[in-house]
Design a protein around this ligand. Structure first.
Ligand code: SF4
Length: 497
């Protein structure tokens, strides 16, 4: 006897209105459709027409509904009425709250605005909080960056004009080898998930470098279980092996990077270690065709990676020569770092070999004419189909800046930045440090600060120091001790206070 199956509505209508907006639960900014029922948020789904996520929604994005529906959320200002720590609060009106805040803050602003330290968590509204703090007049402001990926952002911008995540992404269509360093699944969640899905579907390899094998590392084709905090050693060792084997993109380095730029060697003098520049501030190289000292960006120049130059008794060698000195040092050899990284030297050499094979033996050519920054036209693009992604796992610790910087140097040495199959920036990046604001710290009673708090120093004159040379900020950001603090050093506030 045939049994009748129940009819189940698999897509019940849950809303009477749908609003399209952007998820603010992380910096990916996925497109979402917010379903409203009787004016209340009933359900959030991914927007299939949005270019970032194409309908995919992560668990954190789904949980965004709790921002407006959670019974525990704050709905009014609360005033503490019991002893600190007792948890005793009562709701007050906004007028009462604002009057109270003004009674605390106005005397400070009227006399010494720097006495207010205003540090915020990850609120996704940093532009408003920094605007408020700047107009209050205190230099003591930063948001969560010091706890998070500021090392990554600062290292990326100083090294190549941008870092990972919101700055750019792998060329998912052409990359053949994708290597992740220290990436948790909540970081760049939907774009990376979708990208890994795409490259695995066409047989490209994924390698995870992470102390634990969960999430992305669990679906990787290979996994290197590294000792926490030693990623920088592993990366420098990869660079060592690749340089020793001559498996770096010398043509790319000479044409498109500052590797051929000359560095002044003048021990004990103020200009020791600075790039040699002309009167207009342009970095200088030696032209291989003429032997002349010329600005790096002159049309038709063929920069010499191995040049030396004598100038008023000072010797100048190229950035490339200094890199060779550093990275060919036996201290960077796999055998010297293996024990600290927890990865056998043979495994490090095998990884370097795989990277080199894909980058150089499986290079791709796209018949796409383009014009470089010197105005030279090229009929095709050479692609090195190796790409990388890294996040807070390698950057949120004391050597995070140098670790992230080493990874960008590896990308550059391989010639995998801004090429097919490699890492591709998203507009407006790449942006050099000179295109970003500088930090400001000059205070005056009853006045706004003299500019944005946070930024990128270009030289000693940009440091946030008082007239006597002591730190102007409570977190000691932008000082001789911490010159490249970018988003501030929120993690230092409590200990410094
Ligand atoms: S990845 Fe997730 S949390 Fe981030 S914007 Fe997209 S849906 Fe929101």
């Amino acid at each position: 006897m045939a049994r009748r199956q129940p009819r189940i509505d698999l897509s019940p209508k849950v809303s009477d209105e749908v609003r399209k907006t952007t998820c603010y639960m992380c910096a990916c900014r996925c497109g979402i459709n917010v379903h409203l029922k009787d004016g209340k948020v009933a359900y959030i789904e991914g927007n299939r027409d949005h270019p970032v996520n194409k309908g995919v929604l992560c668990a954190k994005g789904s949980a965004g509904i709790m921002q407006v529906n959670a019974p525990s959320r704050l709905r009014a200002p609360l005033k503490r009425v019991g002893p600190r720590g007792s948890g005793e609060f009562r709701e007050i009106t906004w007028d009462e709250a604002l009057d109270l805040a003004v009674s605390w803050l106005k005397p400070i602003r009227d006399t010494a605005p720097e006495k207010l330290a205003f540090f915020t968590g990850r609120d996704q509204s940093q532009s408003f909080t920094s605007f408020w703090a700047q107009n209050f007049g205190t230099p003591n402001y930063a948001a969560h960056g010091g706890f998070c990926s500021v090392n990554m952002a600062a290292a990326g911008i100083y090294t190549m004009g941008g870092a990972f995540w919101e700055f750019g992404q792998p060329d998912w269509d052409h990359t053949q080898l994708f290597i992740l360093f220290g990436v948790a699944e909540d970081h760049d969640s939907n774009p990376i998930k979708m990208g890994i899905g795409r490259i695995k579907a066409r047989g490209a390899r994924v390698i995870g470098v992470n102390p634990i094998r969960t999430g992305y590392n669990a679906v990787a084709d290979d996994w290197l279980g590294i000792t926490p905090g030693t990623d920088g050693l592993l990366i420098l060792s990869l660079i060592h092996v690749l340089m020793q084997a001559g498996r770096i993109d010398v043509d790319y380095l000479a044409r498109y990077t500052n590797a051929p730029c000359l560095v002044i060697e003048n021990p004990g003098a103020a200009d020791h270690g600075l790039l040699l520049r002309d009167a207009a501030g342009k970095q200088l190289v030696i032209d291989r065709d003429t032997g002349d000292l010329v600005p790096f960006d002159r049309a038709g120049v063929r920069p010499d990676l191995t040049a030396t130059h004598q100038l008023n008794g000072r010797t100048c060698r190229t950035v490339m020569a200094h890199m060779a000195d550093k990275y060919l040092d036996p201290a960077c050899a796999p055998e010297a770092v293996a024990d600290r990284c927890g990865i056998p030297a043979g495994k490090i050499r095998a990884l370097a070999s795989e990277i080199a094979r894909v980058a150089f033996d499986e290079a791709i050519t796209l018949d796409q004419p383009w014009t470089d920054f010197r105005g030279e036209r090229h009929e095709s693009m050479t692609g090195r189909p190796v790409s990388f992604h890294a996040m807070r796992g390698i950057s949120a610790h004391a050597n995070g800046f140098q670790t992230a910087r080493a990874l960008h140097v590896l990308q550059i040495l391989l010639g995998t930045v801004e090429v097919p199959g490699g890492f591709r920036f998203k507009p407006p990046y790449p942006k050099p440090p000179e295109a970003h604001p500088k930090p400001h710290c000059k205070t005056q009673a009853q006045c706004a600060l003299n500019g944005p708090h946070l930024g990128f120093v270009h030289g000693p004159e940009d440091l946030a120091l008082k007239d006597d040379g002591t730190p102007a900020r409570i977190d000691k950001a932008f000082t001789w001790e911490n010159p490249m603090s970018a988003h501030g050093l929120m993690h230092m506030v409590i200990s410094n206070a």
